[in-house]
Design a protein around this ligand. Structure first.
Ligand code: CTP
Length: 223
């Protein structure tokens, strides 16, 4: 699977989870900064930060940095011959190049393309929009013009559409609890806009024990 994975979110995690379930090993191509600029506009996070995020996910076995945005002939051959990839996977949203052609046309033609279901309600673009609208809200509040945008309205526009049903939680979990003599460690936080620093601290915390339990503050605590 390849992608930009900018401001990595649960839609990306769900995509990688589904991709891993389609095979034994999951190789992820992280699109280069230059290719993102040329095809979508500048990313928020750098290549190194996006790599740290993707590599930290339990479903990812290997990463290819600086991948092209479109699967071209040369890159596709290197995926098949050097990385021994069987299938190229993408979400079921159309991925078009600036000239309107399909970025996965070659992989589809070669019969080596598979699709997973895109997670509704979240994207990197949507997250940037949420940040901009909360910055706008802060500016309005600082000017003291509370009547034009009240707190309730602002909360409403940020409500996630992700439904953490018990089935979904089981799909995301390891299904493993701590062993009888395990040293269990706990870390808590907001983990808002999950970034490379979060990956680092979670790795460090995990090294202090055999089982890491993570507490996530509720929205009202973070506010
Ligand atoms: N993806 C997904 N569900 C989402 C967002 C992304 O399944 N809500 C999948 C895409 O289909 C793709 C992979 O995650 O296979 C990487 O997506 P990316 O290139 O980072 O795109 P988006 O998150 O959609 O970013 P943008 O809003 O900038 O288009």
């Amino acid at each position: 699977m390849d992608g930009c994975f900018d401001l990595m979110h649960y839609g990306h995690a769900n995509a990688l989870r589904q991709a891993k379930a389609l095979g034994d090993e999951l190789v992820v191509g992280v699109v280069s900064d230059e290719e993102i600029v040329a095809n979508k506009g500048p990313p928020v996070l750098s290549m190194e930060e996006r790599l740290a995020l993707v590599s930290g996910l339990k479903w990812v076995d290997e990463v290819i940095p600086n991948a092209p945005y479109a699967i071209n002939e040369q890159f596709m051959r290197s995926l098949f011959n050097e990385h021994k990839i069987d299938y190229i996977i993408h979400g079921d949203d159309p991925c078009l190049l600036p000239d309107g052609t399909d970025a996965y046309a070659l992989a589809k033609k070669a019969g080596r393309y598979k699709q997973i279901k895109r997670t509704e309600g979240v994207s990197s673009t949507d997250i940037v929009g949420r940040i901009l609208s909360s910055a706008e809200h802060t500016l309005v509040s600082e000017k003291g013009d509370e009547s034009s945008l009240n707190h309730k309205q602002c909360e409403g526009s940020h409500i996630s559409q992700f439904l953490p049903t018990s089935r979904r939680i089981v799909q995301f979990s390891n299904g493993k609890g701590p062993g009888p003599n395990a040293r269990v460690v706990y870390i808590d936080g907001a983990f808002d806009l999950f970034h490379a620093g979060h990956v680092e601290i979670l790795k460090s915390a995990r090294q202090l024990g055999d089982f890491l339990l993570v507490g996530i503050y509720p929205d009202h605590t973070v506010r």
